[in-house]
Design a protein around this ligand. Structure first.
Ligand code: PEP
Length: 250
């Protein structure tokens, strides 16, 4: 039985003031979330404060990215050791914005997955196709290539220590959600790929859906057998909306 996870990706949004209010709102309603695990991923500068505020609460925290390097002369980068120092449980790797805006290749993403896992945190590995790729009918090839790079790097068993997020790029921040059927199809495909390596890993790993999830569409997405929660962007910045999504997951 997989415990659903709802993770908020705040991206480059918020101030100390708005984040404090957002956390107040989430903590006020989190008691109604019975069976799902909940996490938030703030921008780096707020991690310490968010961690202090959430310590002892049911809400975990994580980062939106990490360097693939261990330490040293990498101006502007943040290492997994630093994130672990602030008790991050999760680190998002390979978000499509990192892949498309910052040129992260499958190999870089795989290296980040390995680093995060080696540091004792759970990588949330994002995979997903662009609109062009979906229309060209190559969604499965794209997702398979992205996943294979990580499996080749760390081995299939290591995938069990992470989380996968299927995020069709055309659905991120666009208000255009994949239908539950479209999402389920790709989630089942991903689980099938993993089953080809290791049945137990395939059965146990959580596969989140991400892409314009809202309070209004979360329940029907999460009802699908291979959708184990969501990675939430815009809607995670509004406490009530985020809580509605969390309740839909459990
Ligand atoms: C995301 O950035 O991971 C995401 C899913 O964003 P949104 O929910 O805003 O589409």
């Amino acid at each position: 039985m997989r415990t659903p996870l709802v993770a908020g990706n705040w991206k480059m949004n918020g101030t100390r003031e708005t984040i404090a209010a957002l956390l107040d709102g989430i903590l006020a309603g989190i008691g109604d979330v019975k069976a799902a695990e909940v996490a938030v991923c703030p921008p780096y500068p707020y991690l310490a404060e968010v961690g202090q505020r959430l310590a002892g609460s049911p809400v975990a925290w994580g980062a939106q990215n990490a360097s693939q390097e261990e330490k040293g002369a990498f101006t502007g980068e943040v290492s997994v050791t630093m994130l672990k120092d602030f008790d991050c449980r999760y680190v998002i790797v390979g978000h499509s914005e990192r892949r498309t805006l910052y040129g992260e290749t499958d190999e870089v993403v795989a290296a980040k997955f390995a680093r995060v896992r080696d540091a004792g945190m759970a990588p949330i590995l994002c995979v997903g196709e662009t609109l062009e790729e979906r229309e060209a009918g190559v969604t499965e090839q794209v997702v398979e290539r992205q996943l294979k790079a990580v499996v080749d790097k760390v081995g299939a068993a290591a995938i069990a220590d992470g989380v996968i997020a299927y995020e069709p790029v055309w659905a991120i921040g666009t208000g255009r959600t994949a239908t539950p059927e479209q999402a389920q199809e790709v989630h089942a495909f991903i689980r099938g790929l993993l089953a080809g390596h290791d049945g137990a890993v395939a059965e146990g790993v959580r596969i989140l859906y991400g892409g314009s999830v809202k309070g209004a569409n979360a329940a029907e997405l999460f009802a699908k057998p291979d959708i184990d929660g969501g990675l939430i962007g815009g809607a995670s910045l509004v406490a009530d909306e985020f809580l509605t999504i969390c309740r839909a997951a459990g």
